[in-house]
Design a protein around this ligand. Structure first.
Ligand SMILES: [Zn+2]
Length: 690
């Protein structure tokens, strides 16, 4: 963050900025530690922390109670894991970014210890792995408890999870002190991270931004069997509470831990001056792209433990340790093209195609541009020179446009889907542009077909997801109407593996059983945006027949205000629904699919059977807990009896059905003199109408 130099700032400005920084850093800390879901790169985060430190140094009297410099990590999120208080606090490390800062640190250490010029300071150096800190408590050599760092004082109990990590022995071998807490990092290798994300994508699960998040998400599981399926690794870099420390130097103890059977970094070493520290840093930096795991720097520690003791801590970090971070890896290249990919939900994602460029040892050829707004923010157009960054993250980002001032046509975000040619629109207040051709868009088709036959829609038995995928791949399901023509492919289906006469008959029967489908379910099955099951029913209750609905939607789209008003006058129908319907029927493809379906099936007029009952035409409100049915079922009963179910009590309410726990609505009904009955009373009305 490029801020004003502190010397040029007024106190008020500094105080303001410190307040903002405290809030920002706390927010990102929370995203990072508690939710494993960061919004900014580690480098950006570090920049915020440094800016905060810079201002605090210049204005020490303005240091806030909630200053980020006083907090380690983040208070753990509301979590199903139980909490563990660390006997010895888990610290974080101060960071350095330049050789000068490393040199300064060594000088500070020397000054603090008032060492003579000839006296050497041995320093251990090891690569800083991008993982999740963990403390393993061994008593008499047996693993008693494992805890995450949490906020440094209180972490989460991950003992059963850690038992699934092969690197972590349940029992240490050799001569181990009675109590010894080994501290280190749980991490995931790059290869395992990629494989996990590929599997997650396959299964439609959440993708992890980087190996660190994958490791954290895998470890912090209530169900340790999930952890067991994730290939986690561990290495040790230090210790916490110990009944006895088996050595006089950092290196001796680390080697002891290794001897007990716990891995340590293979790049752990000991050096004796700043020049060798920096040489080791450079070496690790060069090896970094080829290492099987992600690292983000090198950690230096004063080797002598008696000196560590004397140096002690400042705020949240030990004076005897320093993390020397790697800069974000960046490279310049040309943005050759911007392609649009269409996702399964119809979202159009712009992808930048780059002239191949090596960033941190990895050749990058494309980069996601996220959405229309991101393209506008960067002002990128094909032909621009751009800066690509691979930070601790594995996913490359486009961070700067070096030629944005060069005159060139701006990139026009497409208003049509490149896959199917349908119109692509962003709804008001949304950044994502979506294809409106759900039914014919190849990118979306199988998902839509699955929705079409799903339980809430046409509810066709025997046409599962796998079958749809298979039939689709064979070219048998170009559109939903093709489902109703599958009986013509009887022999071809029989020839497929796993199909017998009986199963084909069953499938054909369940399809034939839907030749006269419920119009609201059919409408819902079309997957028109904003037209859910309830909205579809509301619409059909009003229009009764699908062509009437289409006519109104098309007229509204064409600017017929009366038609638009007739739609929005329906309870539960708002402008977004009207717009979505208009967009849908504006597409020739959709109209063709619609006509095709209606040539195969004939929904009867949609009339909600209303029985003559004591509540016909009345407005009923349900409140409190219902014992024998759900709120939805009760509302459906009311509709069937010709009553209108409403959510709130007003002067228009005729009847309040109140279960136990009814509160303000009951009170209001009493004030308004509205008839109140209980659930049993309601059941009686329903039974009478029978
Ligand atoms: Zn499309």
């Amino acid at each position: 963050m490029a801020g004003q130099a502190p010397v040029d700032m007024t106190e008020a400005d500094a105080a303001n900025e410190l307040m903002r920084l405290a809030r920002e850093i706390a927010k990102h800390n929370k995203l990072y530690h508690a939710k494993d879901d960061p919004e900014i790169t580690d480098q950006e985060f570090d920049a915020l922390v440094r800016r905060n430190a810079e201002l605090e140094e210049a204005f020490p009297h303005l240091v806030r109670e909630d200053s980020p410099s006083k907090v380690v990590g983040h208070e753990i999120a509301a979590s199903p894991l139980s909490k563990v208080t660390h006997e010895v606090r888990m610290m974080s490390l101060d960071n350095a970014f330049s050789p000068e800062e490393v040199e300064d640190w060594v000088s500070r250490v020397r000054r603090f210890l008032s060492l003579g010029e000839g006296e050497e300071v041995a320093i251990t150096a090891e690569d800083k792995i991008d993982g999740l800190s963990c403390s393993l408590r061994y008593e008499n050599g047996k693993l008693l408890r494992a805890a995450t760092r949490g906020d440094g004082q209180v972490g989460e109990d991950v003992t059963p999870n850690v038992a699934q990590i092969p690197d972590i022995p349940q029992k240490l071998s050799g001569d181990v002190p009675e109590v010894f807490e080994i501290r280190g990092e749980v991490y995931m290798s790059k290869a395992d991270f990629h494989a996990l994300n590929a599997a997650q994508e396959e299964a439609g699960g959440k993708l992890f931004a980087n190996p660190r998040n994958a490791a954290a998400g895998s470890l912090r599981q209530k169900d340790a069997s999930v952890t067991a399926k994730r290939p986690l690794k561990f290495w040790a870099h230090g210790w916490g509470a110990a009944s006895e420390v088996p050595g006089a130097t950092q290196e001796e103890v680390v080697r002891k831990i290794e001897g007990w059977g716990v891995p340590v970094s293979p790049l752990f070493t000991r050096v004796h001056d700043v020049a060798s520290m920096l040489a080791h840093y450079d070496r690790i930096g060069r090896e970094r792209p080829d290492l099987p795991y992600e690292i983000d720097g090198v950690v230096y520690k004063v080797d002598r433990l008696d000196w560590q003791q004397r140096l002690g801590f400042v705020a949240k970090a030990p004076r005897w340790a320093l993390a020397h971070k790697f800069p974000a890896e960046q490279a310049e290249t040309t943005l050759e093209a911007i392609n649009i990919q269409v996702g399964r939900t119809g979202k159009l994602t712009p992808v930048g195609r780059l002239a191949p460029v090596l960033v941190g040892g990895v050749t990058v050829t494309n980069v996601t541009l996220h959405n229309r707004d991101e393209i506008a923010r960067l002002g990128v157009r094909p032909g621009d020179r751009v800066v690509v960054q691979r930070a601790g993250d594995v996913i490359p980002q486009l961070v700067d446009n070096l030629t944005r001032d060069v005159e060139r046509e701006p990139f026009n975000f497409p208003d049509h889907c490149p896959e199917c040619g349908s119109e692509a629109v962003a709804e008001e207040g949304e950044v994502d542009v979506r294809c409106t051709g759900g039914l014919i868009c190849p990118a979306q088709r199988t998902e839509r077909l699955k929705h079409f036959v799903s339980r809430g829609a046409l509810d066709i038995d025997g046409l599962g997801e796998k079958t749809i995928d298979q039939f689709f791949a064979l070219g048998w399901l170009e559109s939903p109407a093709d489902i109703f023509r599958l009986h013509q492919r009887r022999d071809a289906i029989l020839a497929l593996e796993g199909w017998q006469e009986r199963s084909v008959d069953k499938l054909v029967d369940s399809i034939e059983a839907r030749r006269a489908p419920d119009a609201a379910r059919l409408l819902f099955g079309l997957g028109i945006r904003h037209v859910g099951a309830v909205t579809a029913r509301d619409l059909m209750k009003h229009f009764h027949e699908l062509p009437a609905l289409r006519q109104a939607a098309e007229a509204a789209r064409a600017g017929d205000e009366e038609a638009a008003a007739s739609l929005t006058a329906i309870d539960g129908i708002g402008g977004a629904v009207v717009e979505a319907l208009g967009d849908f029927f504006h597409e020739d493809h959709n109209k063709a699919v619609w006509d095709d379906i209606l040539s195969e099936v004939t929904p009867p007029p949609y009339i909600v059977e209303t029985k003559e009952s004591p509540v016909s035409g009345k407005t009923v409100v349900f409140t409190g807990k219902l014992e024998t049915m759900s709120r939805d079922e009760a509302k459906a009963q009311a509709e069937r009896l010709g009553a209108k179910a409403s959510g709130s009590v007003s002067a228009k309410t005729d009847l309040l059905v109140a279960g136990p726990g009814a509160g303000s609505k009951l009170k209001k009904a009493a004030e308004l003199g509205i008839e109140v009955i209980d659930e049993a009373g309601w059941a009686e009305i329903v039974a009478q109408a029978g």
